[in-house]
Design a protein. Sequence first.
Length: 714
Amino acid sequence: MKIFKMLSAAFFATLLCAPSLRADEGMWLLPYLKQQNIKRMQEMGLTLSAEQIYSPGKGSVIDAIVHFDGGCTGEVVSSQGLLLTNHHCGYDQIREHSTVQNNFLRNGFYAPTMKDELPNPGLVVTFIDEIVDVTGFVNAYLKKAKCNDPMEYLSRKYLSKIADAWYKKNRGKKAGYVVLDLAPFYEGNKFFLSVSKEYSDVRLVAAPPTSIGSYGEDTDNWVWPRHSGDFCVFRIYTDKDGKPAKYDPNNVPLKPKHYFKVNSGGLNENDFVMIMGYPGRTNHFYTAAEVAERRDIDNTVRIDMRKVRQETMLAEMRADEAVKIQYASKYARSTNAYKNAIGSNWAIRKMDFEGMKKAQQEKLAKYATENNKPEYIEAMKKIEEMVAQRADFRRQVWMIDEGLIRAVETVSAPVLDEKTFAELKADAGKRRKFMDEKYTTIFNKDYNKEVDRKVTKAMLTAFVKGTAAANLPAVLRDAKDIDAFVDRLIDKSIYMDAAALEAAITTGDYATYNADPVVRLAKDVNARFKEVKDKVAGFDREFARVRKTYVKGVMEMEGEMNVWPDANSTIRYTFGQLKGYIPRDNVYYGFQTTMDGVMEKEDPTNPEYTLSPKLKDIYNRKDFGSYALANGKMPVDICATTHTTGGNSGSPVIDKYGNLVGLNFDRNWEGVGGDINYLADYQRSIICDVRYVLLILDKYLGAQRLIDEMDIAK
C-alpha cells in the first residue's frame, strides 16, 4: 500500500507537470496557435479561427495590440487609434502633465477634443508586423562566428546584430520606425524574430483620478477581491500617409488594421476568455534543486528581512500619525514583494513543486536512458551541483540586498567618488543639481531620522546575526556595538543636514567627506554586494549551457507542441474561464466585484482608500446607466483562470467573439507561484471590467465623445 501511494504521488506529480493536460496553463506562442491550442479553445467556446487571431497585418486580433512603453500592453478600441491600457502603465505620463493647478493624478483628466489630447515625448508603442522562426539562421550565424557562449547567444544585445543581418538579407533596407526584437526561447533552443512598427506620437486622452485608477494601491496589490478602475486612455497618431511619425500638430489619428469592439453586456462565470500581451518572466523549467533554492534562499531571506523592517516601521507608524503619512508608501511597497514571496512559498509547499519537478526529472532520466541521451542526465546532475555550489554566495546576495540595500535608507544615500566630489566642488550649478535631484531621493519630507535609527538598528542586528563574520561588509566587521554604531551614523553624519553636506562639498576635502559614517556604510555595503554578485555570476555561463540541454530534453520528451517557453517580454496568448476560487477552508471568492465593495473599503484617513464625492454621488444615485448588472449592482473587476505575470498589465481580455470585456492588471496572491508551476485551483488574473471603464468615462469624466467613438456591443 505504501509503495502504491508513493508511485501514485509521483505519477500524479508528473501529470501535473505536463502542460498539455491543463487547458488554462501556458503563455503560448502565436505562430504555433493552429498546431497547439485552437481546437481546445474552440471546444471551450471560442468562435474565432486561428487566422482571425493571428494573421499579422491582415486585420486579426494581434493587429489591435501594442507593446506599451516597453513594459505594459495596450489595445486599440476604435477606428481612430483610441488606446486603452492600465492607469499604472500610464502613470508617468499622467504625472508629467499634472501641475498644482491641474492635478490630473488627483482629479483625473479628459480632453474634450482631439486638439486637447496631450503629447508624451519619449512614449512609444509598437505593433507587430510579423513573427518569424529564425532558429536555423541564428544557429548558422553562431556557427560561422564560432560563438558558443550563452552570455552572447542569450543576450538581446548580441542577437540584435543577427536580427539586422536577417532583415537585410530577407527584407532589405529597414525603415527608421521598424523595430527588430530577436529573442531566445526554450533557453536558446529556438529563436524568434518579432518585426514591429514603432509609433512615437501617442497622446493622453483620458484618465480617472488615482483614487479610482489605483484604488487600494499597494495594500491591495496581489489581492482578490479587488475594486480598482485601473485604466487610462491614449490615442496613436501618424503622419498624413498613415506612417509612424514624431509628434506634429498636423498628424492624424491612426487608422488601425483591427480594433476591438467593446462588450458592454458582460459575461457569466465559466465563460471563455482569452488574453494577449507581453508577459515578462517565468521560471517553469526550474528543476527541483532550483525550486528549493527559490524557497529556502530567495523567498525565505526576503520574508525574514522584510518582516523585521515592516514590524519596526509599523510600530512607529501606529505611534505617530505624521510618521504614518511619511512611511505609508514605503511600508506598502515593502509588503508587495513580501506578500509575493510568501505566496510563492505557500504554493511551492502546498502543491509540492519540488516533488513535481523531481517526478519530471525522473521521467526525463528514464527517457534519456531508453533513448541513449546521457547528456540530459548529465545536465540535470550539473544543475543540481551548481545550485549547491553557489548557495552560500546567493544567500549573501539576498541578505545584503534585502537586509541592507532595500531596508536601510542611508545605504542608498547618493555618495560621491573623488572625481565627482571635485566636480561638484568646482561647479555650483552641478552641486545644486546634485542636492535637488539626488540627495532628495532619500533625504526628503518623507525621511524621518528617528524612524531610520530604529529600523537601521533592527536591520543591522538581524543582518549581523544571520551572516558569518567573515562575510560582513568591512564597516560592520568593525562594529562591536550595533546600537552605538547606528547612533553615530545618525547623529554624526553630514547627510542628516542638507546645508552641512553642501558646505562640506563646497569647502571641505574629500578625505574628511569619505570618512563620514554614511559614506563609509554605503560604500562598504555596495562594494561587498558587488563582490558576492560577481561570485554568483561566475556560475551563469555554464549554468545557461546545461540548462539549454535540460530544456531540450524536456521538449524532446514531451513534444515541442506540448511545451510553452518561459515568458521573456515577447507577445503571448493565454486562455481560460471567468471563475471564482476557494483560497482556504470554508472561504469562497466569487469571480466578480461591484461598487458595493468600493464603498465598503472607503477610509478617509487612508490615501489608498479615499473616494471623491463625485464617485460616491454616482453610487448613491445608482447612476449606472446601461452598464449595471441585472440585479442593479455595478461591476468593477473580474477574475479568470488565465496564466499571466508581470508585463501583462493592460492586456486585453476578450470574449469568445473577440470583443473586449476587460483589462488585465494584476494577479492574486495565491497564484504568484504560477511563475514556477500553474495553479489550476488558485491562479487568477485580476481584470478591470470594461463596464466600469465605460461608467467612469461616461458618468465621472463626461467623455461622451469617447463612448460614441467606440463600437459598443451588448
